[in-house]
Design a protein around this ligand. Structure first.
Ligand SMILES: NC(=O)c1ccc[n+]([C@@H]2O[C@H](COP(=O)([O-])OP(=O)(O)OC[C@H]3O[C@@H](n4cnc5c(N)ncnc54)[C@H](O)[C@@H]3O)[C@@H](O)[C@H]2O)c1
Ligand SMILES: [Zn+2]
Ligand SMILES: [Zn+2]
Length: 370
């Protein structure tokens, strides 16, 4: 039987998505059909809508989701119907140059097919109702009632974690907390600065707290975000629209500069601040992004003195290892997710949700599917 379902389709950048009926492809051997129960609206989706991140269209966006496995292909492993899963946007082949060097985020098949909006076999798993091609963002496309993914992208998590909170683990929380925990090299007692306190930055604040940071300086241009950052573990907030984050970092560290700085604002100005704020020999971690064709300028002196700069996608995620750990941290009360959800919306409200994100009114809007 052919499965048809409702999904939000982006037909052209800078236009609203239209919620329409689309058609699922037949399951391939390693495929998994997931009924989406909750999907977060991430800044990266907004970049595709605005056209600064370019993909072939039409496309179903959405790449941060949780749901229930409905069907599995005959060769699908480690997941079964009824499992509650969080979806990963980083499938990887396991045997290319980069997979062999423990960098699945650089997997040649992942990087080769991702920009085309299709699966590793070159085919999308969804079509428009008239049969014309429809791409999937980041091997997912979760702004719909269903999503077909490869088995390695569907990661079982404990059933106790509600879907609307679990979905956040799939992108924003993994990215921010993972960067702090897996790559920030945060030592016990370190002074950590997080610039940009949206979902990714707030997860980074929490990652820094869990890593044992001594002081956490949260920086944003929106005071409301700083209030949330304080609730999640920041020991100090800097409103960058009027105060200087570099000065605050130096004051906290006897003039040295912060040990670790994470950028989660996606702003050229913030990238520059990271280099100025970190101490000699300190660690800079960039999570945000801007249009790939734009330049960012730095004062050369700010880059000297053995500073380490790392641009990180997905927080060095190993989803099978990290998603259940993050879910457990939530269930144990160590990771705050409820506070990241500003609004729960329906699929039909998806365009309003992105308008609110653009206006800076929300951390995460989450589409809840009944
Ligand atoms: N590396 C990855 O794998 C990955 C994954 C998801 C998102 N991202 C990127 O991370 C960034 C953050 O994503 P998000 O969903 O949390 O976005 P968001 O829009 O919710 O949050 C961004 C925050 O940065 C603040 N901000 C903007 N300019 C600033 C400045 N100059 N100084 C300080 N704060 C500033 C905003 O007020 C906002 O609170 C985006 O660039 C997004 O594309 C990266
Ligand atoms: Zn690979
Ligand atoms: Zn995302």
């Amino acid at each position: 039987m052919v499965l048809q379902y409702r999904a939000a389709v982006l037909h052209a950048a800078q236009t609203p998505m239209s919620v329409e009926t689309v058609t699922a492809a037949a399951l391939k051997p390693n495929d998994v059909l997931v009924r989406i129960r909750a999907a977060g609206l991430c800044h990266t989706d907004l970049e595709v809508i605005e056209g600064s991140l370019r993909y072939p269209l039409p496309m179903v966006l959405g790449h941060e989701a949780a749901g229930v496995v409905e069907q599995v292909g005959p060769a699908a492993r480690a997941v079964k119907p009824g499992d509650h899963v969080v979806l990963s946007w980083n499938p990887h082949c396991g045997h290319c140059f980069y997979c062999d060097r423990d960098a699945p985020i650089l997997c040649e098949e992942y990087l080769g097919q991702g920009p085309k909006g299709v699966s590793f076999d070159g085919e999308s798993r969804t079509r428009l109702s008239d049969g014309l091609p429809l791409q999937q963002l980041m091997f997912l496309g979760t702004f719909g009632e269903y999503c077909i993914v490869s088995d390695q992208q569907a990661i079982p998590v404990p059933k106790e974690i509600p879907f609307d909170r679990a979905c956040l683990i799939g992108c924003g929380v993994m990215t921010g907390a993972g960067a702090a925990l897996n790559l920030g090299a945060i030592a016990h007692g370190d002074t950590v600065m997080v610039i940009g306190c949206g979902a990714v930055g707030l997860a980074a604040v929490q990652g820094a707290r869990l890593a044992g940071a001594g002081a956490i300086i949260a920086v944003d241009i929106d005071p409301a975000k700083l209030v949330l950052a304080a609730a999640m573990g920041a020991t100090q907030g800097v409103d960058a629209s009027k105060d200087d984050a570099v000065v605050a970092g130096k004051q906290e560290t006897g003039g040295r500069g912060v040990d670790v700085v994470l950028e989660a604002a996606g702003s050229a100005a913030a990238f520059r601040v990271t280099a100025e704020a970190v101490r000699p020999g300190g660690q800079i971690v960039w999570l945000g992004k801007i249009d790939v064709n734009k330049d960012v300028s730095f004062r050369w002196g700010s880059l000297m003195q053995e500073k380490r700069i790392r641009r990180v996608s997905y927080g060095n995620a190993r989803p099978r290892r990290d998603f259940p750990l993050l879910a457990r941290a939530y269930l144990d009360g160590d990771l705050m997710l409820d506070e990241l959800i500003s609004r729960r919306i329906t699929l039909d409200e998806v365009n309003d949700g992105f308008a609110a994100l653009k206006r800076g009114e929300t951390i995460r809007s989450v589409i809840v599917f009944e």
